[in-house]
Design a protein. Sequence first.
Length: 132
Amino acid sequence: MKFNALIPELSVKDIEKSKWFYIEILGFKLEYERKNDKFAFLSFDEAQIMLEEMNGYWNTGKLEYPFGRGINFQIIADNIQPIVDRLIQNEIHLFREPAVNEYKTNETVFKEKEFLVQDPDGYLLRFSEDSS
């Protein structure tokens, strides 16, 4: 397995609940885990993320819901609709409904269809697909 140059590691309250959400609902793949450490390494196409149940080791301050205030993680998908459908089927509230947004960079305009959802600990996830 090739590791990305940047891989976020999220502290979570309940590793089993988080694994269920990321794997069963969002469609991530469990690459490996260290059960004794309550750690999981997940991937979604080319995206990678690590989850570890809170243990105090990485905490720089008090963790309160929602975790990750001020950050969102963009995850590129070929098709966001199946993810949206699974979230709705499981009665998981979307933070922002699917919409097409335009982002300008220099002279290029990118169009992406995207939605936002919070994971069980409140981390904000933004799933995007190319809509050009």
